[in-house]
Design a binder for this molecule. Sequence first.
Ligand SMILES: C[S@@+](CC[C@H](N)C(=O)[O-])C[C@H]1O[C@@H](n2cnc3c(N)ncnc32)[C@H](O)[C@@H]1O
Length: 326
Amino acid sequence: MALRWRLASPSGLAWSRISQITVMAMKATHSSAAPASGVFSRATRPVLLRRGARTDPAAIPGEGSSVRRVSATSLRARVDAAYHRQMARRYLRKTGIGPATQVYAKDHGLRVQGGPFEGMLYVARYVPSSGDLIPKLLGVYEEEVHPVIERWLGAGFDTFVDVGSGEGYYAVGLARGVPGARVYAFDVNEYVNRTCAQMAAENGVADRVEIAGFCTHERLQSLAGPKTAVLLDCEGCEAELLDPEHVPALAQSELLVELHDNMDPGLSTALVERLSPTHEARLIEPAPRDAERHPELADLDPELRDQILSELRVDGIRWGHFVPRA
Ligand SMILES: C[S@@+](CC[C@H](N)C(=O)[O-])C[C@H]1O[C@@H](n2cnc3c(N)ncnc32)[C@H](O)[C@@H]1O
């Protein structure tokens, strides 16, 4: 997850900028106001693709006619996703993380070895494009929040909302772990959405994981409630989405939020204050990793191993766990 914060494209474009562009285009599409100008005014115009052409199933829910409509925003998102994937591959090869991940997967397979999602199967083609994969396969990814996730697996929630679901680590893991629960996996990146759909299928939970695309206040309002837990990790969109005025139903939902103070200094304090009338808040700080616990990685260069185990996390990121007051 934190991979993108360290990366920069060869042109110097900040890595996070790629998904920000996608998010901006999505916002233009979902806004009721007319888009301002330039690229976004064209992006909202629908184009037609022949059936069978590669389209985003999340962007066209329920579409079943012989000609599919897909917005230019979706095409733009696909181009961004392809660029993102190519840059990630290049970076991972260059740093050694990609080859290390491939060797790990060859030796230990693609099943998560421990943690709350032990036994979950990863999608093979995703291996070379995520620096986070080794911690995920080891089952130690974001270990700081494991107690919250373990609780969620047995707390009786019937709905999970995962905003910034990526390739589906949490979305598919929660669907596997809570039989019968429905999971809404929101992400604007089409590459990860396709991977998430495939991973849900390979783990036998495709019927309960909805690839939900861009998350709006309205969508969140329709899904939040006392039996819904909400996970947010969307590169700063937490400040906009966690808005009691626009999403009052959030008052009844338990929330686990990755807080990006690195992008928005003071964000944690502001959100704790904003949600304090309705939620009991606890901040969870990132903890250092102990490489000694992972003999599987003993052959790796120590610096590379530490980088992988640290999930490429940068300073200024923590989690907020918000539990509704009785
Ligand atoms: C850091 S990644 C998430 C990683 C994932 N939670 C994990 O731990 O494996 C953040 C994701 O948020 C997505 N994103 C950003 N803003 C969004 C929004 N408003 N709605 C849906 N997804 C969004 C990006 O496309 C990106 O894939």
